[in-house]
Design a protein around this ligand. Structure first.
Ligand code: AR6
Length: 172
């Protein structure tokens, strides 16, 4: 069975097989975790993203990790929160499921995720945490069976608490 860990930290430092990037649909970089990943990976990452011609919301594409400790970066644009009536819940689940499956298809056993869409995309944190952990647990059991460890890498205490609360209620 997959182990899911909630940790506080910087995802660019994680020595895992794949880290996931909360990207935008251009895949050409941005602020937040996306900017941090591009800075740490080096300009080769942008060069690898250009020929991908973007990515639809909820879908995922993969590149090497270049100067990162991680072997791969899985890029997924999460949904922008628009009040909840624009398929945001389904699209967020799609981002987690498609990212984990793509990493598993590339033989990854350890995968680190940031809190997708809860920064500048303003998805409500508690709901996002619940969707993230339920989708990751179910996907690992159904299709991404080679994945042994999933880390949710939270950048601040409030985010970490939200994921810990969601994990406790998922396991209850
Ligand atoms: N490690 C882990 N988490 C981080 C890091 C880091 N180094 N840096 C920030 N976070 P956001 P979104 C957290 O805004 O809401 C970009 O411009 C951050 O504190 O990065 O999906 C893209 O290009 C928050 O908890 O992503 C898109 O345009 C979480 O990562 C847009 O932002 C997500 O915040 C995507 O917005």
């Amino acid at each position: 069975m997959v182990k899911i860990e909630i940790v506080l930290g910087d995802i660019t430092k994680c020595p895992v097989d794949a880290i996931v990037n909360a990207a935008n649909t251009s895949l050409l970089g941005g602020g937040g975790v996306d900017g941090a990943i591009h800075r740490a990976a080096g300009p080769e990452l942008l060069a690898a993203c250009r020929p991908l011609h973007g990515c639809a919301t909820g879908e995922a594409k993969i590149t090497p990790g270049f100067r990162l400790p991680a072997k791969y970066v899985v890029h997924t644009p999460g949904p922008i929160w628009q009040g909840g009536q624009h398929h945001e819940l389904t699209l967020l689940a799609n981002s987690y499921r498609n990212s984990l499956n793509l990493a598993a298809e590339h033989g990854c056993q350890t995968v680190a995720f940031p809190s997708i869409s809860t920064g500048v995309y303003h998805f409500p944190l508690a709901m996002a945490a619940e969707i993230a952990l339920r989708t990751l647990r179910d996907t690992a059991a159904a299709t991404a069976k080679g994945v042994q460890l999933i880390q949710m890498v939270c950048f601040d205490e409030q985010t970490k608490k939200a994921y810990e609360t969601a994990l406790a209620s998922l396991l209850a």
